[in-house]
Design a protein around this ligand. Sequence first.
Ligand code: ZN
Length: 192
Amino acid sequence: MIEFTPHSMPKETGWIEVIAGCMFSGKTEELIRRLRRAQIAKQNVKIFKPKIDLRFSHTSIVSHSEQSLPSLLVTDAKEILSLSNDAKVVGIDEAQFFSQELVSICNQLANDGKRVIVAGLDQDYQGIPFEPMPQLLAIAEYITKTLAICVACGNPADKTQRKTTSAERVVVGAADIYEARCRKCHYIPKEN
Ligand code: ZN
């Protein structure tokens, strides 16, 4: 886990932190923890999430452990630029639901001197890298991979198991249709 202290933070520049992992691995919780600390330090923090994710709340990022912070809903990654003008720290949740354009937007924000913290699913339910996360991981200065616990065997888990047979890449849900699984226990559900 990266512990940014006032002495270890990069100076006079922005940067990108990516928090990547499967569902139930604590990504949003870690994002909230970092953003809270920035708020305590009285830094101007702006938080965004894509409009597709309407779980739990329309105006907050919420972790599965029910921590939350107010956020702005955007349909297009471009909106983040204009809404972050006065921000020192920009948090983005559910990055996998944004278009590829999020990559250049994050670069622009960081080049502009902002600390950008992005959380997202790094693989889809089939274990395939979930764009734009691979590209975000490549351009980030700091990467944290969060692991969950496999509900089948107790191993560290980095795969999201879908419990329905839908073949859509995006099916919004939580513990009702997803669980964390390790490499050994994860499988791709077959349509009947
Ligand atoms: Zn397992």
